[in-house]
Design a protein around this ligand. Structure first.
Ligand code: TRP
Length: 446
């Protein structure tokens, strides 16, 4: 629909919305799980390196493309380079967004249901076997998880329908501070548990001899996933940015907050798991089976459990809106529909695509793709293959097609100085494409 493009109301609003996009299941569920599975501090160390070398430079690039193009992720590429099919990056982004949100909403739905389960005292006296039973009978139920998934998608769509300022920005500026408060409360609870220190060391101390390709791949996928890179969410949020924002500075703030919150989530979960002699490497059920045992064992555990899952659900919601917004902004322009209609259609598609992920924990658990249940397969496909692939194409576009010289003009409007432009352009032109191509190829080959 024509008319001037919507804009963020304030810089704080933009930062909150983008931090809200970045902080999500990726930080609180996926990150501690990955740390647990790959043996502690070494993962954190590699993760940090990749954020600096790949994450922040790419975020600067994506925000700049978005602000320059002032349009949805298909059109931004057409506007900057009309003669070549680079806009296909945008199409790939929309498809990836639908895939990511489809399984994201399944897990976010579990999280919502756990708020309810804890509030109703279900875990009060749970022992290991029961916690496992509660989880597996829930996720293998034929329709209950679908109900919670749908509820989550409806909440997400209800915010996106209201638009940038009244929907996304308002929801993010209200929910993010609440999330920070919950996080610090839980952190205090976890670190004051007896025996927490062992876990603390295990999490923070890198054992560099443990580095291997699997860890590097995992950390790379995690950086893309956690910083919302590689599928147009950051490009889309950048397209609502005003000309005087300092993009490099914002990227640095957003990435640091995202990293900080992932570390805090690790500090909540891992020491608690160690304090109760539980196993940190259980994979995806870490949060849904292991952690509830911790809550069952501490005073007022029901309350802390419910608060933890409230935190997780809020974090997931502000991320999900950024994914849905990419799809909605594109549908709305391309099919010339209202925001409302586009949101409803996109939400419906996400739900349909999510059904096999949800059922893969129950009825469809025999159906494996490359040896993975459907849900883990789509998670792997998007984080380890699609996001880095789109990241690679975006880096090539920034480094060789649009060129860092031209992006610099866009970045440095209104007297903003970009002092690290030289290293940034070297990273975009050489380091990023080579590193991503190498990691992708060796990852696919492995
Ligand atoms: N970053 C979010 C998280 O950590 C998820 C997310 C939101 C995302 N937007 C994205 C992931 C775009 C990949 C691409 O949970």
């Amino acid at each position: 629909m024509a008319g001037p493009r919507e804009k963020w109301n304030s810089r704080l609003g933009f930062i909150m919305a983008t931090v809200g996009s970045a902080i999500g299941l990726g930080n609180i569920w996926r990150f501690p799980t990955a740390v647990g599975q790959s043996g502690g501090g070494v993962f954190l160390f590699i993760y940090l390196l990749i954020i600096l070398i790949i994450g922040i430079p790419l975020m600067i690039g994506e925000l700049t493309i978005g602000r320059r193009g002032q349009s949805n992720i298909v059109n931004v590429f057409k506007k900057i380079k009309p003669t070549r099919p680079w806009w296909l990056i945008g199409v790939l982004g929309v498809v990836t967004g639908l895939i990511i949100l489809s399984f994201y909403s399944v897990i976010a739905g579990w999280s919502l249901s756990y708020i309810y389960k804890f509030s109703s005292g279900l875990f009060r006296t749970a022992e290991a076997a029961q916690a496992e039973e509660i989880f597996s009978s829930f996720v293998s139920h034929p329709w209950l998880p679908l109900f919670w998934q749908m509820l989550f998608i409806i909440l997400t769509a209800a915010i996106v329908i209201k638009g940038i300022r009244r929907g996304i920005e308002k929801a993010s500026t209200t929910l993010m501070p609440l999330m920070f408060i919950l996080l610090f409360l839980l952190l205090f609870r976890s670190l004051t548990l007896e025996g927490a220190v062992t876990g603390l060391w295990w999490f923070l101390k890198p054992d560099l001899s443990a580095v291997n390709l699997g860890i590097i791949l995992g950390a790379l996928g995690q950086v893309f996933f956690s910083l919302s890179l590689g599928m147009g969410a950051i490009i889309t949020y950048g397209s609502y940015l005003s000309r005087d924002d300092n993009i490099p500075e914002s990227s640095f703030i957003i990435s640091s907050l995202d990293l900080g919150i992932a570390v805090l989530a690790g500090l909540i979960i891992i020491p608690a798991v160690f304090a109760f002699d539980l196993e940190p490497g259980t994979g995806p059920p870490l949060i849904f089976i292991t952690l509830p045992l911790v809550f069952a064992a501490i005073p007022a555990g029901d309350l802390f459990g419910a608060l933890f899952f409230l935190l997780l659900s809020i974090a997931a919601l502000t991320s999900a809106i950024s994914i849905l917004e990419v799809v909605v902004a594109t549908f709305k322009d391309i099919f010339q529909q209202t925001r409302k209609k586009s949101s409803v259609i996109a939400a419906f598609l996400v739900f349909l695509l999510g059904v096999p992920s949800s059922l893969s924990m129950g009825i469809l658990d025999d159906f494996l793709l490359l040896g993975f249940p459907f849900l883990e397969f789509v998670d792997f496909l998007s984080a380890i293959i699609l996001l880095p692939l789109i990241g690679l194409l975006t880096a090539l576009f920034l480094g060789w097609v649009w060129t860092p010289e031209k992006s610099l003009v866009e970045i440095e409007q209104h007297g903003v100085r970009f002092k690290l432009w030289k290293p940034w352009s070297v990273i975009l032109k050489y380091i990023l494409p080579l590193a991503l191509a190498y990691i992708l190829i060796s990852g696919i080959a492995a």
